[in-house]
Ligand binder design. Sequence first.
Ligand code: SF4
Length: 244
Amino acid sequence: MNRILWSPWHGCHKCSPGCQNCYVYYLDQLHNKDASIVTKSKTNFTLPLKKTRNGDYKIPSGSEVATCFTSDFFLEEADVWRDEAWSIIKQRSDVTFLICTKRVERFLDCIPSDWNDGYSNVILAVTCENQEKIEKRLPILLSIPVQKKYVFVSPILEEVHFGSFLKSGQIDLVSVGGESYPNARECNFDWIKIIKKECDQNDIPFDFHQTGHHFVKNQKHYKISHREEYSQAKKAMKYLEEND
Ligand code: SF4
């Protein structure tokens, strides 16, 4: 599937242990930008509606749009812009919008009046980087009307257990990843194996999407370049499947 980034606004505020080494802050400071200043995109706000000279949408039908990955869709500053963003999402019902948040507690205050059971083209991914956030955010995710629900354990910060949350029948994917860039905290492959086992036991699709920069496997520590974090995660999973 074609995956495209759409950042209708940029910048964010740290609100959770997983934010400590936020990649938005890291990348912005390389360009002398202050990531704590939240701004509406002048050029990309309406990206999903933009068309080519031929009259086709620039974002092809069937694409997956990673929405607001340089901010948080449910940030307070974005309250004034979000209705317009929802309207754009509704108009592109032929495209899937993946919205990832650490602020799921704001969800019910931020949905449009015609949301009902949820737009069928929206996936909501809630980030839970440690056990405390699993216990806090998953009950909210399970209580809200969304047609497709993902859990991102990213960046994973410790060994976590889902327990009965995975028995709800509501979670469509669990995806785990380590932290990127030089100050990254470790991602231990033993933690990944525990989550995969819980997902397998509950028939929930599982993905280990990136190792992070500081990867620990079989008690050995590896420093992985950002470019290789994704391929190394695939390799680690392949190794697990072949040797399990
Ligand atoms: S919520 Fe996401 S984008 Fe915002 S500071 Fe935390 S990690 Fe960064």
